[in-house]
Ligand binder design. Structure first.
Ligand SMILES: Nc1ncnc2c1ncn2[C@@H]1O[C@H](COP(=O)(O)OP(=O)(O)OP(=O)(O)O)[C@@H](O)[C@H]1O
Ligand SMILES: [Mg+2]
Length: 377
């Protein structure tokens, strides 16, 4: 019999099972509703977008106006202006009076709703109609957003995903300054979300930067082991596959409590299971997980690194340490000189591949660490 695999590899849709995050949902909902801006960060694929989507859903149910813009691969000032405008039009489309208000206020762009004749799906495209470009265009959109938020009559929450990508633009300092001015003039709350902890934390914690102290820092922690294992067991059993508590714990430990790996290992184990999860199927599924992540590990993580960075990373995977520059560590792992290692470590920290956890340098992605240990020893 064909059974539906209960696990998800993408951002969780609203109807999908969601593990815990009870405290985070409540806290972020309160911040959003009371106009407090927050910068939410965690390593990649730890559940930020899924969580904040749910928070916005709750805010929406409580009467707030919620808007979501994604800055992934944003490429210019005009693009930022367009993404913000599109976010407002898309969200308000469902509420005619608000949509009309947005259209009358955001004059730089005219939205056009298009229906795909084949699939019937509806999409929204924007026409730039003011003739304005660059900062003038962004300023214009921000000014209209300000008036929109004043006249919306309810709290406004703006979720900007992958916010750190602003810093990749040529004029990023000026963009940050402009956004800050707008933030100061509006009562809207912002959720700035991203996975590049270093970049985000520098943006909000460096005195000289425009966003200094403009938002509360909210590192998203991992979900507790017992919560995750209980949830995993439930997912298997709702889909007709028995899973002993001990094996559910083992799965969560192998995935290092990382939500994406927990889901993926769950999915792969489910595929290999019949009536019940066995230790053999779990171990085989973990091999499949490492194999299926190989391209990401090799091409996205390892390939861009200089050789000293790669050597240090694989050494740290073999042996986490407090002292990567100590002579014994350098000798044991055949590493280059301490001076070379210092700049290599700085680069690995900046890339969020390595972090310092209780004084020990260790890899951020522990499944990647395991992959390196197995393949580069
Ligand atoms: N509370 C949760 N319970 C179960 N699974 C979750 C939970 N939150 C997220 N996930 C799973 O974790 C994975 C990553 O989720 P999501 O895309 O929301 O993370 P992210 O931190 O935004 O990732 P990225 O850094 O790539 O933007 C997905 O497979 C999702 O299904
Ligand atoms: Mg995300």
């Amino acid at each position: 019999m064909l059974r539906k695999n209960p696990f998800y590899l993408k951002v969780l849709p609203p109807e999908a099972p969601f593990c815990n995050r009870v405290r985070e949902l409540k806290e972020l909902e309160n911040y959003g509703y009371s106009g407090t801006s927050v910068v939410i960060y965690s390593p990649r694929r730890e559940g930020k977008t899924s969580l904040v989507n749910r928070v916005q859903e709750r805010l929406h149910k409580s009467g707030a106006v919620t808007v979501k813009a994604d800055f992934l691969s944003v490429f210019s000032v005009e693009d930022i202006a367009a993404r913000l405008a599109k976010a407002v039009f898309s969200e308000t489309k469902k509420h005619e009076p608000l949509y009309r208000k947005a259209v009358s206020l955001i004059k730089s762009f005219r939205p056009a709703v298009q229906t795909d004749p084949l699939t019937g799906s509806v999409s929204l495209t924007l026409l730039s109609v003011s003739g304005k470009t660059g900062f003038e265009l962004l300023e214009d959109v921000l000014e209209s957003l300000k008036i929109f938020s004043q006249s919306a009559g309810s709290p406004l929450n703006i979720f900007i995903d992958e916010f750190q990508e602003v810093t990749s633009l040529r004029d990023s300092a000026k963009i940050e300054a402009l956004l800050r001015t707008y933030m100061q003039e509006t009562s809207a709350s912002f959720f700035f979300v991203g996975s590049r902890r270093r970049i985000l934390s520098d943006m909000f914690n460096e005195r000289k930067r425009p966003f200094y102290k403009m938002a509360m820092s909210y590192p998203l922690e991992k979900i507790a082991e017992n919560e995750l294992s209980h949830w995993i067991k439930e997912q298997f059993e709702h889909s007709g596959v028995l899973c002993e508590a001990e094996l559910a714990c083992e799965l969560v430990r192998l995935a290092h409590r990382h939500t994406f790996y927990v889901q993926k290992l769950g999915m792969l184990t489910f595929n290999l299971s019949d009536k019940a999860v066995t230790r053999e199927s779990l171990i085989a599924a973990y091999q499949d997980l490492l194999e299926s992540e190989k391209t990401v590990f090799e091409e996205s993580y390892l390939k861009p690194l200089a050789s000293a960075q790669r050597n240090l990373l694989t050494a740290l995977a073999r042996e986490n340490t407090k002292q990567p520059f100590a002579q014994y560590y350098i000798r044991r792992h055949s590493l280059p000189s301490a001076a070379t290692l210092q700049s290599a470590l700085k680069a690995l920290l900046n890339e969020d591949l390595v972090h310092r956890d209780a004084d020990i340098y260790t890899l951020v992605d522990k499944v990647f660490e395991d992959y390196l240990r197995r393949n580069y020893s």
